[in-house]
Structure formats: C-alpha cells, structure tokens
Design a binder for this molecule. Structure first.
Ligand code: ADP
Length: 473
C-alpha cells in the first residue's frame, strides 16, 4: 500500500481529490507513496496564500522571523532520522549520506536565521549639505522555488532559508521523483509556527505549475536548481514579467591532479567528490586530468580505494553507492562508457549496469577530449582519467567547456595552486578539497552553469531589493 502525501498550501493539506503521481524507491523500484497531481489551479492558490502572508511576514522584525526559523531548525534536527530515511527511500542515496544532507540542509536554516539580523543599509555622503542619501534593503516579495531530485532537502533550504530570513514568502515545487522530503520539511515549518502561507509546497505537472508562477506578476523572483536546458527555458519565460532570476544549473567539473600533490589526499578527494550520491551532484568531479608522471600511481591508488565501495540499497548498513535515480540515468552512464570504449578508453573498473537501477563504480583510462564523458555531465559513477604534460595544458583543457560551476586542483605547491585557481573559469574551486560546499560560502557558477549565488551573505542578496531614498532637508 502506498502512502498518500499532500501539498501544503496556506497551512492546509491540499489535493485529496486529485489524480496522483507515484513515488518509487529507486533501489527496489517499488511504489511506496503518492502525491497529488496539481496544476495551474493549485499553483495560483499557493501564490494567493504566499502573497497574502507576505504583508505580515515581511513586517515582522528580523529577530521575530529568526525565532520562527530557529524553531524550524530545531524540529528538522529532531526529525533527522525520519527525514533521512524518507530521502533514501525516494532518492536512493545511502542513509549516512542522507543524514549528512539533512545536517547540511539544516545548516542553511540556522545560518540564515542569524544572517537575517545583519541585513544592513547604507548612508551615502551627499554632494549637497541639504541632502541625506539612504539605502535600504527590502525583501523582493513572493519567491517561486523549483528544485531537483539529487538533493531533496538542501536544494530547498538553501533557497528558502535566506528567502524567509529576508522577509519573503515562498511557493515550492520539488522534483516529481522526490517530493516527500520537501513535504515533510514544510510540515515541520508549520509545526515550528511559521505562519500559514509563508511556505507552500505544490506537487504535480511541472510545466503547468512553472508557467502559472512565471506568468504571475505577484511572483517577483524565480530561484531554480536543475538542468541547463530547463533553466534556459524558465529564464526566457521569466523575461515576460522581468522577474529576478537565480539559476544553479549543470556543471562538468574538472579535477587537475598535479605531480606535486599529496597523492593520498587527491585520490581520497576524487573518490568522495565523484562517488557521493552515485555521481549525481552538479559539483561532482566529472573529468580527471592527471599529470603524466604520476598517472599510473594515482590510478592504482584510486582503483584500490574504489574497489572498497559497496553498492546496494541505501538503507542497508555499509552501502556507499546507491542506485541511480531512473532508467534514463543508468542508460546515460552506460552510453558514456560505451562511447569512451569505442574511442579507445580502457575500463579499469566496473563499466556495467547491474540489476535494477544500479551502475558499477567505473574508472576509465586512456580517455581523450573527444569522448562524450569529457564533453558533458555524466551524472553517474564514472571517472574518466586523462593525462596532461604541463600546467598550461591542464588549465586550457579544464576551461574548455560551456560550464563553469566547480573545479578541483590538487598540488602541494601553494604558488602553483593559487596560479591555477586564478586561471580557472569556475565559480567554486576545491584546492586540495573534494567537498567545498558549506552554508556560509557562496555557491554558483560561471558561464552556462548559472546566475547568482547561494549560501553566505551573497545568497541573502538574491532575495533583497535595494531601495534608495534621497532626503531633502
Ligand atoms: P533534473 O535533470 O535534475 O531532473 P530538470 O531541470 O529536469 O533537472 O528538473 C529540475 C526541476 O525543474 C524539477 O523540479 C522539474 O520538475 C522542474 N521542471 C522541469 N521542466 C520544467 C518546466 N518546463 N517548467 C517548470 N519546471 C520544470
């Protein structure tokens, strides 16, 4: 029996009479829950509620909002285990990773609950004695939040945390594959005393919901994480009502392994940055460039570590690689491996799909830039390794992409490290660090990887309007 979940609009469960979307567990492919198949009608109702709630919520002091948001943080913390289990069931990532994501996601809630108290204005010196120039910062208004399935909690909190702290109200559409974590988070917001209508969640037909929000002049901002393709589409539609837009899109992260790196650290970081979430993160290392002189040694070390990974249902103890999200994800990983092999790559590990939606952790060598895996995001557990001669070549090949989200560099030579990071056209750089994301730092991409930043005080600015007041005395 699958369990029904509902949308939450204006504090009420909505959609009991609607057709449903089935939610399945990618590890077993069993359907275990349903959510309502909402559309434009529910999307507009959610905006009605968020618009209505905006007046009161934005009028509270930052300190009052902070208290409510902190209460939400406490409830999420108390419900970590349940949220993590739900996440593993709908998304597939190992339970330990799901717990990690809840903690990470909750970090945005607590950090922004505090940061909301530090939204400062400015006083600018005037040219005339009889004038005073003030700059205020105010919330943008109702925010539409559209999120993907790979981080069902964190992609929501890093948008909703700053939005609420700034005084905005939100309408959320989670990915169809992972709506349950989102619904549970919004239920907890309600229990925390965040007023009805401030946080709403709508499930269903993504196009109909998205279009309704983009057409609505009351929605002042769109924040989206997902594919570059859909991001471009939404950005075009947002132009009609000139909404503010933040986009966190695809990546194609290179990792440059210099001969003077700490090999152990580099291999461990590549392993963590690639196989986390079975390779389904936008900052996942997607291309490994290793300096010729250490290529064999590095590959051997990586192989040794990768062989210890355990593939299986994320709810089982000790599993480190779960299933991919769906069949097309598995097919894409396979296609990338087959394409690479047909062009001369060597499979050092894995390379095959397993029963169900599982794909073996894979390491490829003899990889060249004409292979698909070096051109686009695999979003699966595949590490292509290519060699380079010198720093100049590594940087040039790393930058040769339409994407610019994350890049990684491993070297123990600090001057070289700084030199390379300065040349890389990427928004996030892990210098001897495979996991750079953290709530207090700015996350976002150059080029076609997106617009705007999430996290840190930069992430707060995305939800604020600047108001300039010129006072004539
Ligand atoms: P992914 O490849 O991560 O699934 P998508 O860009 O397809 O990325 O989806 C990210 C989010 O955008 C999901 O919530 C999805 O339902 C939503 N989405 C997809 N297409 C549209 C659309 N045309 N309008 C609005 N939202 C969309």
């Amino acid at each position: 029996m699958s369990k029904p979940y509902y949308m939450i609009i204006n504090g009420e469960d909505v959609g009991k009479d609607l057709p449903v979307i089935e939610v399945s567990n990618p590890a077993t492919e069993e359907i275990f829950a349903t959510v309502p198949k909402g559309g434009a009608k529910e999307a507009v109702e959610a905006v009605d509620a968020a618009y209505e709630a905006y007046g009161k919520w934005s009028a509270l002091s930052a300190y009052e909002r902070s208290e409510r948001i902190q209460d939400w943080y406490i409830l999420i913390k108390e419900h970590t285990e349940d949220l993590a289990k739900t996440m593993t069931e709908e998304q597939g990532k190992p339970l330990a990773e799901a717990r990690g994501e809840i903690n990470y996601a909750n970090g945005f809630i607590s950090w922004y609950a505090e940061e909301g108290k530090r939204i400062y204005g400015e006083i600018i010196p005037a040219t005339q004695q009889n004038k005073r120039l003030f700059v205020h910062k105010q919330p943008v208004g109702v925010v539409a939040v559209i999120t993907p399935w790979n981080f069902p909690a964190a992609m929501i909190t890093r948008k909703v945390g700053p939005a609420l702290a700034a005084g905005c109200t939100v309408v959320i559409k989670p990915a169809g594959q992972t709506p349950l974590t989102a619904i549970k988070l919004v239920q907890l917001a309600k229990e925390a005393g965040i007023p009805s209508g401030v946080v709403n969640v709508v499930t269903g037909d993504s196009k109909a919901i998205g279009n309704a929000w983009l057409e609505d002049t009351r929605v002042r901002k769109l924040t989206f994480t997902g594919s570059t393709e859909v991001g471009k589409l939404l950005m075009k539609s947002a132009a009609d009502t000139v909404k503010k837009v933040s986009l966190e899109l695809g990546g194609h992260a290179p990792s440059i392994i210099m001969e003077d790196c700490n090999l152990e650290k580099a291999a461990e970081s590549v392993l963590a940055a690639k196989f986390r979430n079975a390779g389904q993160t936008c900052v996942c290392i997607n291309r490994v460039y290793v300096q010729e002189s250490i290529a064999d040694e590095f590959t051997e070390l990586l192989l040794k570590k990768a062989k210890q990974l355990k593939i299986g249902n994320g709810l089982e103890e000790g599993v480190t690689i779960g299933p991919l999200i769906d069949d097309s994800a598995v097919r894409k990983a396979l296609e990338h491996v087959e394409d690479a092999v047909s062009k001369g790559a060597e499979v050092k590990l894995g390379g095959k799909r397993k029963e169900g939606l599982f794909f073996e952790p894979t390491i490829l060598t003899n990889v060249t830039d004409d292979m698909q895996c070096m051109q686009e995001e695999t979003f699966g557990p595949v590490i292509p390794i290519s060699t380079f001669k010198d720093e100049e070549e590594a940087v040039r090949r790393a930058n040769d992409s339409i994407y610019g989200l994350a890049a990684y560099v491993f070297t123990e030579n600090i001057s070289r490290g700084i030199r390379i990071t300065e040349k890389l056209e990427y928004g996030i750089i892990g210098l001897n660090d495979g996991l750079p994301s953290t709530p207090q730092a700015p996350f976002g991409g150059f080029k076609q990887s997106g617009l705007g930043r999430e996290g840190g005080h930069h992430g707060m600015d995305e939800y604020l309007e600047i108001k300039y007041i010129s006072l004539g005395l």
